[in-house]
Design a protein around this ligand. Sequence first.
Ligand code: PBG
Length: 329
Amino acid sequence: MFPTSRLRRLRYNPAVRQLIRTTRLSPGNLVMPIFVRPGKGLRQEIASMPGIYRLSLDALVEEIHEVKQLGIGGAILFGIPAEKDAVGSDSTSPQGIIAEAIRAAKQAEPELLVISDVCLCEYTDHGHCGPLKVIGGRTEVDNDATLRILARQAVVQAEAGVDLVAPSGMMDGMVGAIRSGLDAAGFEHIPIMSYAAKYASAFYGPFRDAAESAFNSGDRHGYQMDAAASPGQALREIELDLAEGADMIMVKPALAYLDIIRMAADRFPGVPLAAYNVSGEYSMVKAAAAKGWIDERAIVLETLMAIHRAGAGIILTYWAKDVARWLQA
Ligand code: PBG
């Protein structure tokens, strides 16, 4: 009790504050998302995500060198194909954009961890995460048909040299199908980071602009989680993915779901847990910073600190390069 206890004694100078810190950001725990498209010499800035680009393969190579030099934990690649169709054919072609991008990235920096998004929404002309079929009068993604394509995608990506696959489609049985596909093709050593608890979120808006994957009808509520569902449902999703062979798990988005991150960290302490600081979280800060209303660097460091403190050891963020530079300075 005051005056015996004075918590301000723990803050009275910078050295004391530094000594007692327990949450620290490190570039090695960050993952940089990168959008890749066919072509040459392309660096197309995404209108809703200032500072983030759609890169052609040559520009990707430069970006990969930079990510490696900054000591960032890895890069996650998203392909935007030249041609989209109803079943996302480009995603399973060894000459498709994601396979080409993985080969280019691994050739440029063999030691850098290269992760690939395993999903269909960037590759389908309707923008959904799998082929469609009518279920009970509604057009919905065909779960089991999607599983076969996802397993094939993962094998094509592994053949191209990917280090880690990250399925994001929220299909039931997705991790198991990918695990069996990889194992049957001799890739039993390739780990799976599952987007296990992925919510249907308005925070993905700018990503769909980036990946040109806005859907022309419907929404993702038939497969991605409902924000209002019991938080226990996120734990069931995670449990199932782990039972199917997930090596790492992810909660997405991050900021509006810190409670879910904390629950997952407490419930599965031995499982590497990632959080995706998504496109909308990035765009909001960028827009306010451009107006001079907030201090971008301070807001970003505080936000990522909160995500880390909530329990995410790994953070996927469009600020990965900036943070690495800020931490060096
Ligand atoms: C699906 C995928 C999405 C994101 C990552 N993987 C989009 C979606 O589910 O609509 C969103 C990431 C972001 O918003 O930054 N392949």
